[in-house]
Design a protein around this ligand. Structure first.
Ligand SMILES: [Zn+2]
Length: 135
């Protein structure tokens, strides 16, 4: 699994618009693709309807996994938002990081939502590169 993520401007905006419309609740979803390059952004309903935690709606999550797999892609990342910060994974995020994939965290910055990518392993979160290319 590549420890960096590359996505297009349009994919970035798709995710940003989604987390923005879900605020003040946490929003979540999956990123599928190949070799670290995102090909699909799949928003998934937060079954917790909570401003401080998320749990992907199980059936939507299952369908998203099937969509990714049937297209021959791999699950590259899980994204979710922290409408009230912080810009890093919470202790709960670290404790509940069951999938060995990149975690993208969105939070409001100075007038604009920002995203950072992390690799979580052995109870520790390290920031990894998130590249935006093209349109
Ligand atoms: Zn979180």
């Amino acid at each position: 699994m590549k420890r960096s993520l590359t996505l297009s401007r349009a994919q970035w905006e798709q995710m940003r618009d989604y987390v923005e419309t879900q605020a003040p609740l946490e929003a979540c979803g999956l990123l599928g693709g190949r070799n670290g390059h995102v090909e699909v952004v799949i928003p998934i309903r937060n079954a917790e309807n909570s401003p401080v935690r998320f749990r992907m709606e199980p059936l939507e999550q299952l369908r998203a996994f099937e969509q990714i797999e049937s297209a021959g892609m791999e699950l590259l990342a899980i994204f979710h938002s922290h409408p009230h910060g912080p810009a890093v994974p919470s202790p709960t995020d670290i404790a509940e990081a069951y999938y060995q994939v990149i975690q993208v965290i969105w939070c409001p910055g100075e007038g604009e939502w920002l995203a950072h990518a992390f690799w979580i392993e052995a109870g520790h979160a390290a920031e990894v590169p998130l590249w935006i290319t093209g349109v």
